[in-house]
Each structure stands twice: as C-alpha cells, then as structure tokens.
Design a protein around this ligand. Structure first.
Ligand code: C2O
Ligand code: CU
Ligand code: CU
Length: 487
C-alpha cells in the first residue's frame, strides 16, 4: 500500500490535492523493518464479551471511553465501549425489554443508535436526536415487539457531525436477536468487521478533506479488533457466522474459497431466496448471516476491493479509498481433519414477505447529490438529499402510519451512496431497473453512482420522528441525511 491510495491520488492528482491529502503522519506500516504490515497474524479470533437477556430483560451499562486497546496486535489509543473494540455483543429475543445506560466518558458529545432494530424512535428509545454530553449519561429503553425478526443487528453512535469519527475510532458492537430454535451448528461466531488507520504513536489518524469526501477507509481491516486472526475448526463441523460491516465507508465483497458456504440472512431474519456469497456485497451497515460446513484445509476470508466511484467518476477496476486496490485477507481459516459429525439438515427458512403486489399509499422520490465546490475549500464537499443538507429542525418526509410507501432514491452523483432508513426495513424492488430474483429486505440499500433504486416500506407501526441517510458516515456527517415522521 501507499501513503495515500493510488486511486485517490489518481483522482485528486489533477486537482493538485495530493500533497494535502497525503499529510504528514508516520503510519505504522512505515515502521516495520521487513516491509510487511505490522499487526500479528495467526492469533486466534477473539470473541467480544456477550451480554444476554434473562427473563425478558437485558439491563446493561455501556461506557464509551478513550483508552488503550489492543488493535491489530498493538497497543493503540482508541475509543471503545466497556474497554473493548468491538463493544460487547448484546443477545436478546423478540419481546424483550432492553435497557442501556450509556455513560459518556469521552470528551465529545455522543449518543446511541440500535441499527436495524424495529423499535420506537421516540423518547428514550432509538432516538438519535438525544445528545449525551461528556461526563453525562442517558438511560435508553427499547421494547422489541413480540414478532421482532431474529437476526444480526448492531449499535453505534449517531450524533450528527461526529458519527464517522466515533465509529472509526472504535465505537461499535453487535446485537443478536436470537431465534426460538437454535440452528444445528457446532458453534456460532460474530465477526464485526471494521477498519481503522493508526499513526506511529498508535492514535487514530484523522482523515484529510478528500478522504472525508470519498468516505474514509482505514488502512487496517479488522475483525473483532484483530488484523487477520485465525479461525480453527474441524472437518464436518458446521458454523454460523454473523458478519457486521461496521466500516465507516468501506464496502466488503467477501469470499471464502474452498468451503461450503450458504448465505442464510441479510440485515435480518433467515429467509429463502438468498444469493450466493459472491453475489452479496456488504455496504457499510449491512450484515450477512452465513452457515459454513467445514472442509479440511486452509482457507482465507477475503475482502475484494469494490469500486464505489469517486468525485471524478469511476476509475478502471479495483477499489476506491485508502483501503487500496488489492484484496485483503480478513481472517485465516484452519480446518483440521475431523470425524465429519452429522448435524442434520438446516431447517428451511420461511419465505419473506413480498410487497410487490401490495397496494401503495404514496410514492416519493429522493435525490442524492454532491458538489465538489466545498472540497476545494477544504470542508469535504457538499452532500445533499433533495438539494438540502441535514437540519434536525426540518421534517423532510411525512408519512402516514399504517401505510405502505414506494420510495425511489435517485443518485445524481458519480459515487455510490448506501441508503439507510431507521426503524422500518425496506423491500428492494429494483436497482438500476433490475429486479432482485427473490424478495429482498435490507435496511441499507446501495444506490450505485448515476442510478436509482426503488424500495417499498411498510410504515406499519412505531410512529415518530427519525432519519434516513447515506451510510458512508462521512457523507452523513457532511449533511447527507433527512428527517422522516410517521404519524
Ligand atoms: Cu447505522 Cu443511522 O445508522
Ligand atoms: Cu441505523
Ligand atoms: Cu454517500
């Protein structure tokens, strides 16, 4: 890798911005004598602490603080929840009451969002308009409906203006809504993938203005805070993997050659009609649930670069951002010989709901756009929805509770923008005019550069005020967010 990705350099070279973007920080990889990236490989994958509900209640304290954490095998000064990167995994069930006391021991305002959970956005529930000042705390309480979909979700800060900094700095964790009947697997793993850039002193590197505009990608790709850890299994074992893309901006195109892999869920419950792993790219915020039937041998979980466009348009091949143009090994897999235990078949999933034939109560268009004017001024550009940047006092879309709406998100810019709506999941009807082969439900939908995406949203319950935004969190912080109310 280079101090600044070749792609950004190519993109910005013509604008004379490369030297500004390259900055002066000494990066870790420049410190290693043998020219390889530091950060150990071969460590066993660690598991974030698990906090599980009992008798329908989970009552936890999450303290956000800056501290010394082991990141990529080194001591680093990052943010974290309860001293961990990622924070603890919250395991709950449909119908549970979840109470989280968020304690802010950082020196910046923060708050908490439970990404993907179908819960109220009001009061002290999933209300992203709350702000928790340094030294302060906030008691959140979420009530999951009795029919809340099982699946993999996550939590992260959502205070407008600093979301990318705080996520990139280490504040994120997984939420699992468990099924009533566990799948027949040997073990389950939660893989929270995130990226970070650390300077020579082990502090989180600040992004340049062009990196903000692109959406920052870290130099180190982490899984559960580790760089390229090892997962050990035996042939015949079956594992369930819950993968969270907690990167601030990076897309993940994952593959696991040589293993028998099935995608069983995306952003929510197990469902039929899932694509193969090769056909499921994770935008920032997306999750992927896999079943892996282990075959003897060594393997690698690889993230291929994804071209998500750039301010000057799409470049040839490869990826964008500091993540670089080469595939990255996320984790190594070592599968020993084994007796080949017979776990029986994975029971079939239910077919997903399909709104394609449903009556639609309203149709709306949202336009995503960006201008580069601001970039020249160094503020990272102007990122808008319907020509406006975020204003928490303004309501951009008012929908009637109990209706189904069809929204078309038009991307007038030369970069992809992953569209995320809080509270209500979306059924994707088409992307660039192409329909998904089976009903597809997501809470983050990629809208490719210059294309549009149409979704249907059942605004059936949980009235209130919340947001939709680009999940490239630098773009969200730069204003690519709107307010929706359902009443
Ligand atoms: Cu993952 Cu509005 O958030
Ligand atoms: Cu969210
Ligand atoms: Cu964006």
């Amino acid at each position: 890798m280079e101090p600044i990705s070749r792609r950004i350099a190519l993109t910005l070279g013509g604008l004379g911005l490369v030297s500004a973007a390259a900055g002066g920080v000494g990066l870790w990889r420049e410190l290693s004598a043998d020219g390889t990236l530091p950060g150990s490989t071969g460590e066993t994958l660690r598991t974030p602490e698990v906090l599980r509900s009992t008798d329908g209640v989970l009552d936890v304290r999450l303290e956000a603080a800056r501290g010394t954490h082991e990141i990529a095998g080194r001591r680093a000064t990052t943010l974290g929840y309860n001293g961990g990167v990622p924070g603890p995994t919250l395991r709950v069930r449909a119908g549970d009451t979840v109470r989280v006391e968020l304690v802010n021991s950082t020196d910046e305002t923060t708050n908490l969002h439970v990404h993907g959970l179908h819960v109220s956005p009001e009061g002290t529930a999933d209300n992203v308009f709350l702000a928790v000042e340094p030294g302060g705390s906030q008691q959140y309480e979420y009530t999951l409906p009795a029919d809340h979909p099982a699946g993999t979700y996550w939590y992260h800060p959502h205070h407008h203006g600093t979301v990318a900094d705080q996520l990139f700095g280490g504040l994120y964790g997984a939420i699992v809504v468990e099924e009533d009947d566990a799948l027949p697997v040997t073990r389950e793993r939660t893989l929270v993938i995130a990226d970070i850039t650390l300077d020579g002193a082990g502090a989180v590197a600040a992004p340049s203005a062009p990196e903000r505009m692109m959406g920052r990608e870290g130099e180190l790709l982490l899984v559960n805070g580790q760089r390229r850890p090892r997962l050990r299994a035996a042939a015949g074992e079956r594992e369930r993997w819950r993968i969270v893309n907690a990167c601030a901006s990076r897309y993940l195109d994952l593959s696991l050659a040589g293993q028998s892999v099935r995608v069983i869920g995306r952003d929510g419950p197990r469902s039929t009609g899932m694509p193969s792993l090769d056909d499921a790219v994770l935008a920032p915020g997306n999750r992927l649930d896999l079943v892996v039937d282990m075959r003897e041998g060594a393997g690698e979980l690889v993230a291929a670069p994804v071209d998500r466009g750039g301010p000057m348009g799409r470049m040839m091949g490869g990826g964008t951002g500091a993540g670089g143009d080469d595939p990255v090994v996320v984790a190594d897999l070592a599968v020993a010989a084994g007796p080949g235990a017979d776990l029986g078949p994975v029971p079939p999933a239910a077919a997903p709901r399909d709104l394609r034939g449903a009556p639609v109560d309203g149709r709306r268009t949202l336009r995503f756009a960006m201008s580069m004017g601001g970039m020249m001024g160094g503020d990272g550009g102007r990122f808008t929805i319907d020509g406006r940047t975020f204003d928490p006092e303004r309501v951009d879309r008012q929908v009637r509770l109990g209706t189904v709406e069809e929204w078309t998100i038009v991307n007038d810019s030369p970069m992809n923008h992953p569209f995320h709506l809080h509270v209500w999941p979306m059924q994707v009807l088409s992307t660039g005019g192409v329909e998904p082969p089976a009903p597809l439900w997501l809470d983050v939908v990629d809208v490719p550069a210059g294309q549009s995406v149409t979704v249907r949203v059942p605004f059936e319950d949980f009235g209130g005020r919340t947001v939709y935004h680009c999940h490239i969190l630098d773009h969200e912080d730069l204003g690519m967010m709107g307010v929706v109310t359902a009443r």
